[in-house]
Unconditional design. Structure first.
Length: 131
């Protein structure tokens, strides 16, 4: 457990950064699985759930490390030190906003790309008028 104010701030910053990365990577894996479909359609229509436990287990293990201090103590006894701290609700808002931003941008890109492809297809399907 960090003792000084500076080490506490460093531990909190490290925890926030790692949390953002874990949320972003986990969500991006779900979004990138189907580039031709929005994530909500892909999750609803895709029946292959084999990867889901792997994706969900990383954020769950991260939360356990943060909120069950005994796990960190046990791991530090064998030389594995995480030094993660519990985050306040305002920090979690930052984590979720920054972690889900890349997914939101990718989903918007998918929508724009799908609309452009649909417009191209519509133009290609129109009958050509010969003069």
């Amino acid at each position: 457990k960090p003792t000084s104010a500076l080490s506490w701030e460093q531990a909190e910053a490290r925890t926030v950064l790692l949390s953002i990365a874990i949320i972003a990577q986990s969500a991006l894996i779900l979004s990138i699985r189907r580039l031709n479909k929005p994530m909500y359609k892909s999750l609803r229509e895709d029946k292959n759930w084999k990867i889901l436990p792997l994706i969900v287990s990383v954020p769950i293990f991260h939360a356990i490390l943060m909120y069950v201090q005994q796990v960190q103590y046990a791991l530090s006894a064998i030389g594995i030190r995480f030094e993660l701290v519990q985050l306040e609700p305002t920090a979690w808002l930052l984590v979720l906003a920054m972690g889900l931003l890349p997914v939101a941008l990718l989903e918007v890109t998918k929508i724009v790309w799908a609309r452009k492809e649909k417009a191209k297809l519509k133009i290609a399907m129109q009958p050509q008028i010969e003069v």
